[in-house]
Write a protein that binds this ligand. Structure first.
Ligand SMILES: [Cu+2]
Length: 67
């Protein structure tokens, strides 16, 4: 398991938190997520998912990743 923290731009309320949580939880290999406004800490199996997958899911949900 790998833990990574994503910095996320464009989140402003609990709806955004739920949207990001849902997007991340839908990825195969993601074990747990801890999402708050502006960031998400994700525990995932790096044999099944990559950080790029996590970032892509967040972007597909309408937010952007801060480098
Ligand atoms: Cu919101």
């Amino acid at each position: 398991m790998t833990e990574t923290k994503l910095k996320i731009e464009g989140m402003s309320c609990q709806h955004c938190v739920q949207a990001v949580k849902k997007a991340l939880s839908g990825i195969a290999g993601v074990d747990s997520t801890d999402v708050e406004i502006g960031s998400a800490t994700v525990l995932y199996d790096d044999a099944k998912a990559t950080r790029k997958d996590l970032e892509a899911a967040v972007e597909e949900a309408g937010f952007s990743i801060k480098p």
